[in-house]
Design a protein around this ligand. Structure first.
Ligand code: PEP
Ligand code: MN
Length: 270
């Protein structure tokens, strides 16, 4: 516990790298970057909400099984840059290896995240950490797909140990063998315990991957707010049904902006 206390005290508050002047504050964008037009259209819709503080899109997609869309690749980074140039939103994408990191740093991506299928592998997390030694960039660490708090904490520690201080944990639920209403049940006790061990580590909730279906995104986001989690990452696509990944859970920018107004009306504090 002691090394974790030291770590917690040294973590940068989230407002050092992302404004938090609205509750909830949101990182939003498509599951996958698909085209420049899709990215710009989505971002133009999202930027209308003052809750949206950053734009996300996956360019390398870790799919559970082969023969699915595995991401557009590095050209997607140019599209993220185009979104930032037009809307001013900082950009975020998933990285899983050294090459991804080099390309993101060259392309000026503002925020990196480690995906749930990567957090399970200490070798991969250490490779990522080594590539980030001495780099000052915010990194969001998704929980591992399996319900293992130790792996989640371990990934945070590996990044901390190479000097990353702009860190946040990103809760996206845990895979399960049994049928549940959720795609990835939230097992709230795990993020709560993470927060108990690392009180200063910002905690963000990703209701999209917990829900797996559009109509559950709002209730899951509300549960996160009820637990005091004010930061959300939510997937949005201009034509959700046509999305190349996670079609069932993405919201149109318009629906997402409306949902944020409802959440604000129920939960406004700032
Ligand atoms: C994603 O954010 O689109 C993603 C692949 O998420 P996760 O790693 O949580 O499955
Ligand atoms: Mn997704």
């Amino acid at each position: 516990i002691e090394p974790l206390k030291k770590l917690s005290r040294a973590i940068a508050p989230v407002e050092k790298w992302l404004p938090q002047d609205r509750v909830p504050w949101v990182i939003a964008g498509p599951c996958s970057a698909e085209s420049l037009q899709q990215m710009l259209a989505t971002a133009r819709g999202l930027v209308k909400s003052s809750h949206v503080k950053a734009f996300r899109a996956g360019v390398w997609k870790p799919r559970t099984r082969p023969n699915a869309f595995e991401g557009i690749g590095a050209v997607g980074l140019d599209w993220l840059k185009a979104v930032k140039d037009e809307t001013g939103l900082p950009t975020a994408t998933e990285v899983a290896n050294t090459e991804h990191i080099e390309l993101c740093l060259k392309a000026g991506v503002d925020i990196l995240w480690i995906g749930a299928r990567t957090t399970v592998s200490p070798f991969s997390v250490q490779e990522i950490a080594n590539a980030l030694r001495g780099v000052d960039i915010p990194v969001l660490v998704k929980n591992p797909v399996n319900a293992d708090l130790g792996l989640w904490l371990g990934a945070v520690e590996r990044l901390f140990d190479v000097g990353i201080r702009k860190l946040a944990a990103l809760h996206r639920g845990f895979s399960t063998y049994v049928e549940t209403e959720f795609r990835n049940p939230p097992n709230w006790q795990i993020p709560i315990e993470l927060k108990r061990r690392l009180p200063n580590l910002p905690l963000i909730c990703d209701p999209s991957h917990i829900a797996g279906v559009r109509h559950l995104v709002e209730p899951v986001a509300q549960m996160a707010l009820d637990l005091g989690i004010t930061g959300l990452m939510i997937e949005s696509h201009v034509q959700p049904d046509e999305a190349l990944s996670d079609a069932k859970q993405q919201l149109t920018p318009k629906d997402l902006c409306r949902m944020l107004e409802r959440l604000r009306a129920r939960n406004a504090t700032v």
